[in-house]
Design a protein around this ligand. Sequence first.
Ligand code: ZN
Length: 150
Amino acid sequence: MKNDELRELYQDVIIEHSKRPRNFHPLEHGHHVDGYNPLCGDTVTVYLDVDGDRVNDCAFQGHGCAISTASASVMTETLKGKTRAEAEALFQEFHDLVTGKSEAADPEQLGKLAVFAGVSEFPARVKCATLCWHTARAALEGKDEPVSTE
Ligand code: ZN
């Protein structure tokens, strides 16, 4: 596949997830943390239901740009069933991907998260893509304070 086609495919996935976000609801059980990206105005609440070492369920709510909504949608799909260590590793891989340190990223491990590779070309949007991940990490650590990207 040519790079242009790949980019279009990636854009389609992001647009689709931003229009019809997955797991867009609160969770009755578990822990939640609010996140805010003042740079763009994105807000997100990430809900995590962790059973021992494993993420049982993950959901989110919020308002934001297409990138922040799509990122949270794909993240909730990705984190379900992962262990704490796997979630932390994915956070690092994803962060490396969207900040352009792509040599560190493992495309196979990233799966659908790879659609956000194009974000590295737009540094102002990096925080839109990583807001939900920072928030999920805080929720995983059992923190209560809201997360801000600034
Ligand atoms: Zn944004």
